[in-house]
Design a binder for this molecule. Structure first.
Ligand code: ATP
Ligand code: MG
Length: 299
């Protein structure tokens, strides 16, 4: 395998007065078989190796190694408390924000160690965006500003015309434009729950991420709104790498390409039991625990 280095503007720093992206060295390799996910290196967006995470003295994730494939939807399933949300937060350096929380091991985006001291956490969070369980539009802002303000604040867009274009593009990408185009000045919280969640997705997209992490994004939504978000995810995966945590087995099997099953060990730390393409994991899992979980025998 040959590795060549390129200077690639991937992780823009939101430093004041600095809209320029930080240039980092990204190794680009020829495709080759990889250990954890069976994906070729060129297809891997995020590499996780021996990742453990703690809250205070308590370890809640143990030695997780997995590859997250580019332009695919990876579902993370597993019982409550198995560390799914914690894992997601380790992927965009949100875990370390919790007082007393820490992690060890390696997480790399496109071969770049996101925990390298040279890399700013804010740059990581721009490249790897998060959508939360409860839709959380900025309550005092209009629909328009919910999308435009973070991008403006980060120096990604200047001037009314550019903002108008960004707002429309992101609302279209989030499949919300037609429902809100005539009321962009209304408050973000005036929308229905499903619309609010799509607004939050539009807001995240406006920051030009490469990866979308979604932590149970449909758990507060009705079945119609849930299907809209699932459709949206399928449309977005040609441009983005998506990781979704879900308790909904049907959702995981409907929407994802790859599924990772987490369980808790005797010490109650979460670990990766099995990762495979979704059809195989649901119909022909290698591990008995996976079979028991996906068939509803525990969890
Ligand atoms: N801020 C925190 N402080 C201390 N412990 C925490 C914190 N957040 C989570 N934990 C603990 O870490 C463990 C893993 O939690 P996490 O939220 O990652 O699990 P999960 O798999 O996402 O669960 P769920 O399916 O219920 O959302 C749990 O035992 C939880 O109590
Ligand atoms: Mg969770």
């Amino acid at each position: 395998m040959t590795i060549r280095s390129v200077r690639q503007k991937v992780t823009a720093s939101p430093a004041p007065n600095e809209a320029e992206a930080v240039a980092i060295q990204v190794p680009v390799g020829e495709p080759s078989a990889s250990a954890a996910g069976g994906a070729a290196l060129g297809d891997v967006a995020i590499t996780v190796r021996d990742l453990s995470a703690w809250y205070g003295a308590r370890r809640v994730i143990r030695d997780v190694s997995m590859d997250i494939r580019s332009n695919a939807i990876t579902a993370i399933i597993g019982p409550s408390g198995s560390g799914k949300s914690t894992l997601l937060r380790c992927l965009d350096r949100m875990h370390e924000v919790v007082p007393g929380a820490r992690s060890s091991g390696k997480v790399a985006y496109q071969g770049v160690d996101i925990y390298d001291p040279e890399i700013e956490p804010a740059a990581v969070r721009r490249t790897i965006g998060m959508v939360f369980q409860q839709p959380n539009p900025f309550p005092t802002m209009s629909i328009y500003d919910n999308v435009a303000a973070p991008a403006r604040f980060n120096g990604l867009v200047k001037g009314k015309a550019a903002q108008d274009e960004l707002v429309e593009r992101c609302l279209r990408q989030a499949a919300l434009w037609d429902e809100v185009r005539d009321k962009l000045g209304h408050g973000g919280t005036s929308l229905s729950g499903g619309q609010q969640q799509r607004l939050c997705i539009a807001r995240t997209l406006a920051l030009q991420p490469k990866v979308l992490l979604m932590d149970e994004p449909c758990s507060a939504l009705d079945p119609v709104a849930t299907l809209q978000i699932e459709q949206l995810m399928s449309n977005l995966k040609s441009e983005y790498t998506i990781v979704i945590v879900t308790h909904n087995m049907q959702q995981a099997s409907r929407v994802s390409d790859i599924t990772a099953f987490f369980n808790m060990g005797p010490d109650r730390a979460g670990y990766l039991v099995e990762l495979d393409d979704t059809r195989t994991l649901f119909t022909n899992p290698k591990n008995q625990l996976t079979e028991d979980y996906v068939s509803g025998r525990f969890g």
